[in-house]
Design a protein around this ligand. Structure first.
Ligand code: NAD
Length: 480
């Protein structure tokens, strides 16, 4: 879908996120012909630099972090012509006038501001835009995570932003929502007759959501130590996935219709008993540092791993467990949602044939795609024995090179901002509802002074996480 010409200002345009994701992503959209000729990308940050200095920085970022395929010097050079730089201090007065001069006052040019800076600057920027006369008409602002530290701070931030912008101008990023598979999840659920009739407590035994990372908290130890896996991953990414898998069909694929349904899921979540939560913290494997070393906090009780079981109290999902787990320094870098269907009510083949379950596995990484495990007869003359085979819907294989070239989450989301499509962004009330659910859980373990269970770096997490699911007669899926 083509986009209108735009002026996109990236506050924090020299930072890690801009270099790693935003600039390489915009370059790929440029190569795909999606950056209209007269569009401008204006970086604004604290460092003193001119346009040429910034273009050098952007070239290096694209070379270091961009995909190699399709990258040639001519294309990079043509892309760099769209880039400009203005030094601006979010907390001061310097630079705003120059920034204003760089923007075009033309109703046909979309104007968007990407807040790719630390969250402590979000409200300064929102105010700075208004005070300096940059936020008239339908400008859009893009806000990075984390959106608040708890319900109270999220509310305050929503109120601050609401002083200067309407909700339909605010794009809260959760890059998990920009992933190809996540959108495909909606296509599969609501575009087929096959799945939706079975998508409920009557046919689904349980659902597992796993986000497993091999990296530690490394360079962001001091931030992470104040957050932990619950705030850093569950409150946003895992809950967004939970919402998409569990929500009712929206009437239309439109921002508020989808977000209304997601909100209902969060509001229907039961509180979680403390004995249904396992928190863990990685120890050193002799080579890599332990969590406490990474966080530079020898007595830290922050969790780098969490597993929990929760329930959605509504008609569709009553008594169906949702098992969520995520952690750092684990044995695999992989994310998956698995819908595990119930056993067939009666096995006509007898016990010897074995019992099998259908599992729909939705992989977010690596190799985005879906697999449906179906049971068939084991080939050969050995009688009626059953085996599971995967019906593999790997996007790259099924759809060819175009799927392989699928846009990265960030580039897709930025283009959605330019198009004015908020479907894949979180609404303020959703974020608050998610905090309202997680806050009491966090307060609970802080009040009790619970320590996280140690787990070996490179393992699958603490043993207690296995007990959490095994005692229900179920198992975590093997993630690789
Ligand atoms: P960073 O520290 O690398 O960059 C911060 C940027 O903000 C720099 O360009 C700096 O010049 C600018 N800045 C700082 N103070 C300023 C001021 N007073 N006025 C104007 N500009 C100022 O941070 P980052 O890693 O790029 O993260 C930016 C945001 O994105 C944060 O909210 C972070 O939580 C979020 N985020 C980052 C990543 C990532 O991979 N880096 C991933 C997800 C979310």
């Amino acid at each position: 879908i083509p986009v209108d010409p735009f002026d996109l200002v990236i506050f924090g345009g020299t930072g890690d996120l801009a270099r790693r994701k935003i600039l390489p992503g915009l370059f790929r959209r440029f190569c795909a012909g999606q950056i209209p000729e007269n569009s401008r990308i204006i970086a604004a940050a604290r460092s003193e630099m001119d346009d040429d200095g910034y273009r050098d920085l952007a070239r290096e970022a694209i070379e270091e972090f961009g995909r190699k395929k399709g990258r040639d010097k001519k294309a990079v050079k043509a892309f760099l012509k769209h880039l400009y730089y203005v030094p601006v201090d979010a907390k001061g007065e310097g630079g705003w006038k120059q920034l204003k001069e760089r923007l075009r006052d033309d109703d046909d040019v979309v104007r968007a501001f990407y807040f790719s800076v630390g969250p402590s600057l979000f409200s300064d920027l929102a105010e700075g835009l208004q005070v300096n006369g940059l936020s008239h008409r339908d400008v859009r602002i893009v806000v990075e995570k984390p959106f608040g530290h708890d319900l109270e701070s999220a509310r305050e931030l929503n109120e601050e932003l609401a002083k200067h912008f309407h909700e339909d101008q605010i794009y809260r990023i959760d890059h998990y929502l920009g992933k190809e598979t996540v959108q495909n999840l909606m296509a599969v659920r609501f575009g087929n007759m096959l799945f939706e009739p079975l998508w409920n407590a009557q046919y689904v035994d349980h659902i597992q959501i796993t986000v497993s990372e091999t990296v530690g908290v490394g360079g962001r130890g001091s931030y992470y130590d104040n957050a932990g896996a619950m705030r850093d991953m569950v409150q946003n990414h895992l809950m967004q996935l939970l919402c998409l898998i569990a929500m009712e069909p929206p009437a239309r694929f439109e921002a508020d219709a989808v977000r209304d349904e997601k909100l209902k899921v969060i509001r229907a979540l039961d509180p979680v008993d403390p004995d249904q939560i396992v928190r863990g913290q990685y120890t050193s494997d002799g080579q890599m540092p332990s969590y406490r070393e990474d966080a530079e906090n020898p007595t830290s009780k922050t969790e780098s791993y969490i597993a929990l079981k929760c329930y959605i109290s509504n008609w569709r999902w009553a008594n169906t467990p949702f098992y969520l787990r995520t952690g750092k320094r684990l044995n695999a870098q992989a994310s998956e949602i698995a819908v595990v269907f119930k056993d067939a009510p009666h096995s006509i083949f007898g016990i010897d044939a074995g019992r099998h379950r259908n599992v729909l596995s939705i992989r977010l990484q690596p190799n985005e795609g879906m697999t449906l495990g179906v049971t068939i007869k084991e080939p050969g003359p050995g009688g009626m024995r059953l085996v599971d085979v995967p019906l593999d819907m790997s996007f790259a294989e099924a759809l060819g090179p175009e799927a392989e070239e699928a846009a990265d989450a960030y580039e897709r989301l930025i283009m959605d901002v330019i198009r004015g499509n908020q479907t894949l962004f979180m609404r303020g009330d959703e974020v608050e509802a998610a905090w309202a659910w997680t806050d009491p859980l966090i307060e609970g373990w802080e009040r009790r002074g619970d320590s996280p269970k140690p787990y070996d770096a490179g393992s699958g997490g603490p043993d207690d996480a296995a007990f959490l699911i095994n005692r229900d007669g179920r198992r975590w899926r093997r993630i690789q």
